[in-house]
Design a protein around this ligand. Structure first.
Ligand SMILES: [Zn+2]
Length: 258
């Protein structure tokens, strides 16, 4: 059986309405019929750390106990990284340091934990960052290093640039829109190469962003996020129209056969 490899991209703080207006390269893949777009309503609260846990373990914040950003401890749940490791797959992540705190080690030490290579950890190969203005280009370069050096079967890529622009300028600002376009340019350059190498790709967001430069609540701009399925197996794994954030892990496990 053909072995699929998966790249999961979580564009932190990307509201669906702006995604649709700004992600021209990604929507070009849809017009070429190699990708599909649908929307997700994120779980509550619409905050980062709780929803990293939801995306990666399938548990809602009040099930996982990670219901605020300030709850800093290892996850007690089984993540996509755990399932992949059990199946003998290679895992990697280029992500914000909270992901390391959830699955590899907590608390995060900026001087010790930026680069992690440990076969005994759920994320076997990780490059993590802690500054909210860490450039998205650098993060994608970190991910490309991990991909080419360690050939992961499943890799998380998690840039913070869009969320950071939203917190500084708000969801309806030109700055936020331009940051989303900037992500699109990076994706437009690299996704076709990954597709040519046989990867299945998902692009989504943890939560959106409001005009008051924050998020956490029920407003559509904060809660409705995109879900892009790129590649045949990814499109087949996600039910059209009824996808849920808590089921993302199921779609990924189905593709990875783990
Ligand atoms: Zn945020």
């Amino acid at each position: 059986m053909k072995k699929n490899k998966v790249i999961l991209i979580v564009l932190d703080g990307l509201s669906n309405g702006v995604a649709v207006r700004a992600l021209g390269c990604v929507h070009g893949l849809i017009e070429a019929k190699i990708a599909r777009h649908q929307v997700l309503c994120c779980e509550l609260p619409s905050m980062s750390r709780p929803l990293y846990e939801t995306i990666l373990t399938g548990k809602k914040p009040y099930e996982s106990g990670i219901y605020t950003n300030s709850i800093s401890r290892l996850s007690k749940e089984k993540s996509i990284f755990h399932y992949a490791c059990e199946a003998g797959l290679v895992t990697a992540a280029a992500a914000y340091h909270w992901v390391s705190e959830l699955y590899n080690q907590s608390p995060y030490d900026v001087f010790k934990h930026r680069h992690q290579h440990d076969e005994s950890k759920p994320i076997k190969h990780g490059i993590f960052y802690h500054q909210d203005d860490y450039p998205d280009e650098a993060l994608f370069e970190d991910a490309e290093y991990l991909r080419t050096a360690f050939d992961p079967d499943v890799m998380l890529i998690h840039p913070m640039g869009i969320d950071n622009a939203g917190h500084r300028f708000g969801v309806h600002s030109p700055e936020y829109m331009r940051q989303v376009r900037h992500s699109d340019a990076i994706l437009g350059a690299i996704v076709p190469q990954w597709l040519a190498e046989g990867y299945q790709i998902m692009i989504t967001a943890d939560h959106g962003m409001n005009e008051d430069k924050s998020h956490g609540g029920m407003a559509d701009v904060e809660r409705i996020v995109p879900l892009y399925a790129i590649g045949d197996a990814m499109m087949a794994a996600i039910p059209e129209g009824s996808a849920k954030q808590v089921n993302i892990i199921d779609y990924l496990r189905c593709i990875l056969n783990c």
